[in-house]
Design a protein around this ligand. Sequence first.
Ligand code: FMN
Length: 301
Amino acid sequence: MTIYFAPMEGVTDGILRQTHNRIFGGIDVYCLPFHKLTQSLSLLTREKRDVAPEENEGLNVLPQALTRDPEQLSAWLYYISECGYSCADLNLGCPSPTVTRRGRGSGMLQDTGYLRSFLDRLFSNTLPVSLSVKTRIGYESPDEWPKLADLFADYPFAHVTIHTRTTREQYTGPVHPEAFEFALRKRIPHPVYNGDLRTPEDVQAIMARCPGTEAVMIGRGLLADPALARRLRGGKEASEDEMRTWYTVLYEDWKERFDRTIALGRIKKLMEWPSEGDIRRKRLLRRADDIESCINAVIGE
Ligand SMILES: Cc1cc2nc3c(=O)[nH]c(=O)nc-3n(C[C@H](O)[C@H](O)[C@H](O)COP(=O)(O)O)c2cc1C
């Protein structure tokens, strides 16, 4: 099984990827948060750093773009190729209203006519790298999925990651595994399952529900349990020592790159994932003003 670490803007930067790989491992591909493309194609410093080869040494990474302009995407793919990559991803899954209002991210799923013309224009030229896509199963309703699935099956994507929710469903509520089963039957190229995989049992349940599943992408499950991919490969659970090292190294490296306040903010954001639903822990974490008290709030003294 191929395991992708989901892209998470503001969370999964190079420091997190390298630290995760060093301590826990188990990931085949680390996905990079999107580059928001503009007319001038000038990327932010943070975006350039994220794809820099030295930031990703020893890792398999997949850069991602957010755009509704095929020429912009094509130019960016040349840039990505020059950076030394052989595959890149198109974001058709972002549900944020500021993105979808402009018809980008999962906003593009609303207009399949435009999406087809976008992909026709894109694939009419030879691309410098292969292209994958990350999508949702519809904008308003899962009923949109059969038409979208037909569309994705018509293009030579390297793989298609399917977050089994609609845009309206954002990140919560039940997922729709039947949509993934449908994608497998439709012969969409190399479907990757995404959505709410938090434990090895969740992954086993998807494999049983959707026979033929060969790849999964995990986001929040890996933030809550960074050893999840290792466990999926038969390895051990995260020890307390590993968790302490994980948080301490991330904090120190972020402090060195940014400053103490930003590092503490980032570590608290990250630590909120294992504390989901635990109000006492969340309160302790909010009050914590150094890394030791943050770690004590999440792991215990
Ligand atoms: C804070 C945050 C940032 C995200 N950033 C991106 C992104 O840059 N690109 C993308 O394709 N998906 C992004 N996602 C979606 C995740 O990659 C993933 O599809 C989603 O969290 C569902 O998977 P999960 O249930 O395993 O977390 C983001 C999600 C969150 C919560």
